[in-house]
Design a protein around this ligand. Structure first.
Ligand SMILES: CC(C)(COP(=O)(O)OP(=O)(O)OC[C@H]1O[C@@H](n2cnc3c(N)ncnc32)[C@H](O)[C@@H]1OP(=O)(O)O)[C@@H](O)C(=O)NCCC(=O)NCCS
Length: 151
């Protein structure tokens, strides 16, 4: 158990309804479909963690591995709007860093909407470094910042 009774564990099938609703609330048109989330949950190429409070998923992070690559990509992270600002995203990033420090992976990478100040702050605070920009990356035409973390 971490902050205020929040525990992190691998996500399972029964967590999906809550995760789908957090994903939709958080990303709108850019949200993964329920089918994609279900696939990511089972895929041998992903790590899918959820933060649990009172037995209910209140946030999650999805990390993707690529064959033959030592880079782990943060594919999605979102926290239920009612549970934001409590340090839960921070906890999920910390878990991801453990995977890297264990040596199987060398770094974490991610893309973040250039207008998403909370997320950009989160990544700066947790030690990510800006290394690129992809214009016109999201549905609304905004660009993505590319960032990495290396222990
Ligand atoms: C971005 C997001 C994941 C942060 O989750 P969270 O659990 O609220 O974040 P934490 O409480 O762990 O905060 C960690 C740091 O993030 C930054 N941060 C979080 N919310 C912020 C806000 N509203 N405004 C500015 N900075 C913010 C701060 O640097 C914060 O550290 P601090 O509290 O010491 O200032 C959450 O706002 C969210 O789910 N947003 C919608 C989905 C999304 O945008 N995901 C990222 C896609 S790349």
């Amino acid at each position: 158990m971490g902050k205020k009774g929040v525990a992190i564990r691998r996500a399972k099938q029964s967590d999906l309804p809550n995760i789908i609703s957090i994903e939709n609330d958080s990303f709108g048109k850019d949200a993964f479909s329920p089918r994609q989330l279900k696939y990511l949950l089972k895929s041998p190429n992903s790590f899918f963690y959820t933060a649990i409070l009172n037995k209910k998923p209140i946030g999650y992070i999805i990390l993707l591995k690529r064959k033959g690559s030592k880079t782990l990509r943060i594919y999605s992270i979102a926290i239920d709007a009612a549970a934001r600002g409590m340090g839960i995203a921070n906890m999920l990033i910390d878990i991801s860093k453990v995977l890297v420090s264990k040596g199987k992976f060398r770094k974490l990478t991610l893309e973040v909407n250039e207008n998403n100040a909370p997320a950009i702050n989160l990544y700066h605070k947790t030690g990510f470094i800006l290394f690129g920009h992809k214009p016109n990356y999201y549905h609304d035409g905004s660009g993505a910042l590319r960032m990495y973390f290396k222990p």
